[in-house]
Design a protein around this ligand. Structure first.
Ligand code: ARG
Length: 317
């Protein structure tokens, strides 16, 4: 597949500016994004045409099928790499490499579409906004396809099922036996995640604190700024390997099952995304991605979670 230099440069520029946005955009409110998204839903076709017009080169033939993406010849995805084994950095001889079963799944989808994978790391809170603004093609970040989100976004079929957990310090196990014990106490969840909803449902009288990165939730739990936190179970289990002073107090009941890929409403990428999801689920590839991710994530000395610094290096953890 041939790409013009201009297209490559445009893609590189877009990626650079996206990365810059990703790190500075966190404070924008979800409410605004939702309103914009709802309005945009009505004029979806017009928006898509306009986007296609200035990125004509983005329409490329892969086999017989043609996909329009935000950057020519690329599949651009947004993810929040604070979420082992879904997405995280694994240090390969000192070089941070994006890893995790979400990343392998993304690579497979890009391969099947004949596109080059472009991963844009950003805070979880910003992913759906970037999707709605047409800066990324897919959100692959352990997204729960909740009914609220499904009003504004499309979701693929579920590719992974995991539960929800409530995490505390091991030393407090005797002190905290139920949610009522957390009244007025600081309880954390990731900003923009369904775990914020779980906190509101289960610990309505706690002082609920939203933090941008799961990494921050963990360190605040360890240092005693938080007394408890709602975290995806597989992720909690992984962090606890690194922080044995923490433990899962109990499993949390939840409504939305599993993880799915987020797309802009009406995206014409959805059928192919679902085709690949169902293919990797049935041919055993997904199981391989999960096993590999768990192995890499268990190499705790070489795991880095969060965002890299401006030089692309892992900051001191
Ligand atoms: N499943 C939760 C949600 O969709 C949390 C996902 C957080 N993902 C991440 N990479 N931090 O809200």
């Amino acid at each position: 597949m041939k790409k013009s230099l201009t297209a490559l440069m445009t893609a590189a520029f877009m990626a650079a500016s996206l990365a810059a946005c990703g790190s500075s955009k966190a404070p924008e409110t979800t409410a605004a994004a939702t309103t914009a998204a709802t309005e945009a839903a009505g004029t979806e076709a017009a928006g898509t045409e306009a986007a296609a017009a200035d990125t004509t080169a983005a329409t490329e033939a892969a086999g017989e099928e043609t996909y329009t993406t935000v950057s020519a010849g690329k599949l651009t995805i947004g993810t929040s790499p604070d979420f082992a084994p879904y997405e995280f950095y694994h240090m390969n001889n000192g070089t941070p490499e994006l890893s995790g079963f979400d990343i392998d799944l993304a690579q497979k989808i890009a391969d099947e579409m004949g596109l080059e994978l472009q991963v844009v790391p950003m805070d979880f809170d910003g992913i759906l906004m970037e999707l709605q603004n047409g800066n990324i093609d897919l959100g692959i970040s352990g997204f729960s396809p909740s009914p609220e989100r499904a009003q504004t976004f499309d979701f693929s079929d579920v590719y992974y099922s995991g539960g929800q957990a409530f995490v505390i310090r091991k030393a407090d196990a005797d002190k905290y036996k139920d949610y009522a014990a957390f009244d007025k106490l600081p309880v954390g969840a990731q900003t923009g995640s369904i775990q914020m909803g779980l906190a509101e449902t289960n610990t309505p009288n706690a002082n609920i604190i939203g933090l941008a990165k799961v990494t921050d939730i963990i360190s605040e739990l360890v240092t005693g700024k938080l007394e408890g936190a709602f975290i995806e179970k597989a992720v909690a289990e992984q962090y606890i390997k690194n922080y044995p002073e923490l433990e899962i107090a109990w499993d949390v009941e939840y409504d939305t099952e599993g993880s799915a890929i987020a797309l802009k409403k009406g995206s014409d990428l959805l059928p192919k995304v679902n085709e690949v999801v169902n293919q990797v689920l049935s041919d055993g590839s997904m199981d391989e991605y999960i096993t590999k991710a768990q192995e890499l994530a268990s190499d705790t000395d070489n795991v880095y979670e969060g965002q890299l610094d401006a030089n692309g290096q892992a900051a001191a953890n």
